[in-house]
Design a protein around this ligand. Structure first.
Ligand SMILES: [Zn+2]
Length: 86
């Protein structure tokens, strides 16, 4: 169990316990409203698998690096924080 820094997300692939490096952002137009987004975390190994899984179902799917804000999420205003690094 690690409880040190930041968001530790695990790959969404069943049975995989690797750290996520990617976010697979998708929606199902048949059951979700257009602005609704689902996000799967994915490791390097499974990002292609998960993307293809969704693409094969004709779902809009987008892959973004895990660090970046997922598209469609509420726009968090860029805070100007004063750095206190010494
Ligand atoms: Zn994985």
């Amino acid at each position: 169990m690690t409880a040190d820094t930041g968001v530790a997300a695990m790959c969404s692939r069943a049975g995989c316990r690797r750290d996520a490096a990617w976010q697979v952002v998708w929606c199902n137009p048949r059951i979700h409203s257009p602005e609704r987004r689902k996000i799967w975390a994915a490791c390097e190994e499974h990002v292609a698998y998960l993307r293809d899984y969704l693409a094969a179902r004709d779902f809009p799917v987008e892959v973004v690096a895990f660090e970046t804000e997922a598209p469609g999420s509420p726009a968090s205003e860029t805070k100007t924080e004063t750095e206190t690094v010494k």
